[in-house]
Write a protein that binds this ligand. Structure first.
Ligand code: ZN
Length: 136
C-alpha cells in the first residue's frame, strides 16, 4: 500500500459540510461528484499528500444513510492507494480478510475501489483504491 489516499467522512448535508471543511482546511473542494450506484454525493478536498472525501446519502438505503442512522456523522472509511488492486485483493484474502467486493468497482474521483469488511479490520471500513487508466 502506497499511502493513505483519503479519509471518508459521512455527513448529513454536503453543502453545510463543504462550507465547514472549506473553513477548516483553507481550500475549496476540488470536485463534487454523485455516484448513483452507491447512493452518494461526494466532495473532495486536497490536504497535502492526502484528501478528505465527504459523503452524503442520496437514498435511504445507501450505506451512508445506514451508517449515519447507526453511528451519526463521522469518519466512515480509510482509503489506501495501491498500485495493483487485484493483487492486493488476493494478498489480503490469503491473509484472512473479508473482501466486500472482490471485483473492483468504479468509485468516485476516477478510482477502482474495493472495500474490506470492518469485522476483520478492527471495526474500520478499509477502502483500497487505484487510479483508473484513461484507456480503461
Ligand atoms: Zn472513499
Amino acid at each position: 500500500m502506497n499511502k493513505i489516499e483519503h479519509l471518508g467522512i459521512a455527513v448529513k448535508n454536503l453543502e453545510v459540510s463543504n462550507t465547514l471543511f472549506e473553513k477548516l482546511l483553507g481550500v475549496a473542494p476540488y470536485k463534487t461528484e454523485e455516484v448513483a450506484s452507491e447512493g452518494v454525493k461526494t466532495s473532495f478536498f486536497k490536504t497535502g499528500e492526502s484528501k478528505i472525501e465527504l459523503l452524503e446519502a442520496t437514498t435511504n438505503d445507501s450505506t451512508i444513510a445506514k451508517f449515519i442512522d447507526k453511528k451519526g456523522e463521522g469518519i466512515h472509511h480509510i482509503a489506501f492507494e495501491v498500485g495493483d488492486i487485484q493483487a492486493e485483493v488476493e494478498r489480503l484474502k490469503d491473509e484472512g480478510f473479508t473482501i466486500l467486493n472482490e471485483t473492483p468497482k468504479r468509485g468516485a474521483d476516477n478510482k477502482w475501489v474495493v472495500f474490506l469488511h470492518p469485522k476483520t479490520t478492527n471495526g474500520v471500513l478499509v477502502e483500497l483504491c487505484q487510479e483508473i487508466d484513461k484507456n480503461e
